[in-house]
Write a protein that binds this ligand. Structure first.
Ligand SMILES: Nc1nc2c(ncn2[C@@H]2O[C@H](COP(=O)(O)OP(=O)(O)OP(=O)(O)O)[C@@H](O)[C@H]2O)c(=O)[nH]1
Ligand SMILES: [Mg+2]
Length: 130
């Protein structure tokens, strides 16, 4: 507890998984700066980290986002240690990215035993499925 400000501080680590180019890095960027213009350029990620603090009631959450490079069926990686929650991202214009969600969920559950929240994000809803 930070006695000066009378707030609790909690660290939360959230990892983003999903197929390549579904918009994981773009989602991280809009979380950090919601008003920033949408970046049209695409540069594949190897691994990125973003952080931001959010205050909810008397708790200040220091959120670390772990932005992974996109996976496919042959490169599903296991979840890291100390992750508090997962975002699995799929995109509306990529059927294969939706099929990958199942495999990623299974991989995470096999490792964490259902104890960690998983949120599935369906991104690029402005695009039709191709
Ligand atoms: N139309 C549209 N394009 C998007 C959206 N989100 C991201 N993009 C675009 O999709 C491309 C890929 O976005 P990234 O955020 O780099 O995707 P990523 O999942 O991080 O890709 P990897 O790091 O290679 O796995 C970029 O050209 C973005 O501008 C969206 O909601 N709608
Ligand atoms: Mg990326």
């Amino acid at each position: 507890m930070n006695s000066q400000a009378n707030t609790f501080v909690r660290n939360r680590k959230v990892a983003l998984f999903g197929a390549r180019a579904v918009g994981k890095t773009s989602l991280c960027a809009s979380f950090i700066v919601p008003s920033a213009p949408f970046a049209e350029s695409y540069s594949p990620t190897i691994e990125n980290k973003f952080n931001k603090s959010l205050r909810l009631a008397k708790v200040e959450y220091i959120i670390d986002l772990i932005d992974t490079g996109g996976q496919d069926e042959t490169s599903l990686i296991g979840p890291g240690i100390g992750i508090h929650g997962y975002l699995i991202v799929a995109a509306a214009n990529s059927e294969s990215s939706v099929w990958l969600v199942d495999g990623l969920c299974i991989k995470i559950i096999e490792t964490t035993g259902l104890s960690v929240p998983i949120v599935i994000v369906f991104n690029k809803c402005d695009l039709k499925e191709s």
